[in-house]
Ligand binder design. Structure first.
Ligand SMILES: Cc1ncc(C[n+]2csc(CCOP(=O)(O)OP(=O)(O)O)c2C)c(N)n1
Length: 513
């Protein structure tokens, strides 16, 4: 249980059981982000407990991210005692279930204290059902004094819900037929390939069919669905409508697996599909299927769908094209470029490392330099709400204690969840944080040009000393300037059994390679 407690939650925490662990975050958005990272990296339902209305309010941006990430998450919050809600005593959440409403799959306050266990069970199973996402239960604080009817809790605890749903076999058969008939099909790999455990199947399909593979646009993909060092990998799709269809020109069948179609941003209009192309989407999320603006969709668990599809397609001898060139460090500069910084990270990055990324102007540089190629190695806030990075990195490292975790974060982004550093120290989480300091909101300056906005205030971050702040939280921090220093500092930090932070100055700009 991740959380930040208040008086309305204390009764829930009374006699805290030995077989649970409570991990304190100093602000609710951080508690939710930690639980999100933990849930995704452990493959279980995460639990975060928030402080009545203001705690839920603080957590909502992070719940938005969890929804976009398809993270199975139970969010609970305390509430005033039942007898004081109507007169609205202090800390009453006056409309508890409506508050997080559009961000959760189910929002509930049990009508009677006796129903709390069943409500929690329902919320957990629903969070874990496709499409996975957060659910919310508000619990009046005096409910913890009541007993559930004899036997009820035992039944709730013993329940299991097998919620994977297979796809329509006829639809998979017609996808197989379309693949066989296509002359230049392409696979677009989405985050739910990784989340559903279908990584090897996606590789098998690409190899068997000779498919070139793109990753979905980086801004909307919370996980990587295909090894980016694989010979069939062609790169990350650009994020906007026109450029996506431009990139996919020449393909007659676009098979999108485990993603929405597509997480577009910003608005660069164009045709939805290249001339003559058909699109088939496989997704576990009925809403992703329904809202796609073009193509055919098959709803079902991605792993089950790929297993089925693989039994129905023959090997095809297509040429997936030339592998991507090896990444290069690029030009020398002072301060170093974002590309050079990511190249230095590449040199220090262990094979089994995990990246949590929230460095907007270096997002593509990291993807292109690191070419992450193992499952469960990449987490990104698909909702776009800053604050996911540092918080989720703590949760991921707790879930994956044996894999080195590196959080790559812009100095602006780091501030939204900076208190996560305290939790990393308090719970001895041996995370490495790489802060890219360019003294501005670089991505917003880039967007200003695209949106033809001149003279916008509030885009500079002079004199923001993240390393000093980290030191105050008890994190050993190092500041470096050159690529060599960065490589050495990262190697040391990644090997350290404690949380470490490395801050490097980088030139402002957008770093694409
Ligand atoms: C919660 C939230 N508030 C504001 C934004 C808008 N926003 C997007 S990127 C960005 C700047 C990020 O700055 P930094 O981390 O320093 O990265 P850089 O752009 O310099 O690479 C901001 C403020 C957001 N995405 N989320």
């Amino acid at each position: 249980m991740f959380g930040n407690p208040g008086s309305t939650e204390l009764p829930m925490l009374r006699d805290f059981p030995d077989d649970f662990r409570y991990l304190l975050a100093l602000q609710e958005a951080v508690a939710v982000g930690m639980a999100d990272g933990y849930a995704q990296a452990s493959g279980t339902v995460g639990h975060v407990n928030l402080h009545t209305a203001p705690g839920v309010g603080n957590g909502m941006g992070a719940i938005f991210n969890a929804q976009a990430n398809h993270t199975p998450l139970l969010v609970t919050a305390g509430q005033q005692v039942r007898g004081l809600v109507t007169l609205q005593a202090n800390l009453t959440n006056r409309d508890a279930t409506r508050m997080p409403h559009p961000l959760v799959k189910w929002s509930y306050e049990p009508p009677r204290p006796e129903e709390v266990p069943l409500a929690l069970g329902r919320a957990i199973h629903l969070a874990n059902a496709p499409a996975k996402g957060p659910t919310f239960v508000s619990i009046p604080m005096d409910d913890w004094d009541a007993d559930a009817p004899p036997g009820d809790s035992e039944h709730v605890l013993a329940r299991e819900v097998a919620s994977r749903q297979g796809p329509d076999p006829e639809a998979i058969e017609s996808a197989a037929t379309a693949l066989a008939a296509a002359s230049a099909p392409v696979l677009i790999a989405g985050p739910d390939i990784d989340a559903s455990g279908a990584w090897d199947l996606a590789v098998e399909l690409a190899e068997k069919q000779g498919l070139p593979v793109f990753a979905i646009p980086a801004t909307g993909g919370g996980r990587i669905g295909f090894p980016e060092g694989h010979a069939n990998f062609r790169g990350v799709l650009p994020p906007a409508i026109g450029p996506v269809s431009e990139t996919l020109k020449g393909h007659d069948l676009i098979l999108v697996v485990g993603s929405s179609v597509f997480p577009y941003y910003p608005n660069i209009p164009g045709p939805l599909l290249p001339e003559g192309a058909a699109l088939i989407q496989i997704t576990s999320d009925p809403d992703e299927a329904a809202r796609a603006p073009m193509g055919r969709a098959i709803v079902g668990d991605v792993k089950l769908a790929l297993e089925d599809l693989l039994t129905r397609v023959e090997a095809a001898h297509r040429d997936p094209g030339e592998p991507l060139p090896e990444p290069v460090a690029g030009e020398d500069a002072d301060p170093i470029t974002g590309t050079a910084a990511m190249h230095a990270l590449r040199g220090a990055f262990p094979d089994d490392g995990i990246v949590i990324l929230e460095a907007p102007s270096a997002t593509l540089a990291l993807r292109n330099q690191l070419r992450l190629s193992r499952p469960g190695s990449y987490y990104f806030g698909a909702g776009g709400g800053l604050g996911f990075g540092l918080a989720a990195a703590v949760g991921v490292q707790i879930a994956q204690p044996d894999r080195p975790v590196v959080c790559v974060v812009g100095e602006g982004s780091a501030q939204y969840a900076i208190t996560a550093l305290w939790s990393a120290v308090a719970y001895e989480v041996p995370l490495t944080v790489l802060v890219l300091r360019n003294s501005e909101y670089a991505i917003l300056k880039w967007f200003s040009a695209i949106e033809q906005v001149e003279g916008a205030p509030g885009l500079d971050l002079p004199a923001l000393d993240t390393a000093a702040v980290a030191t105050a939280y008890g994190v050993r921090s190092t500041k470096v300037d050159t690529a060599d220093e960065l490589g050495d500092a990262l190697t040391h930090a990644i090997a350290s059994p404690k949380p470490e932070l490395v801050e490097v100055g980088v030139a402002p700009g957008m770093w694409l390679f």
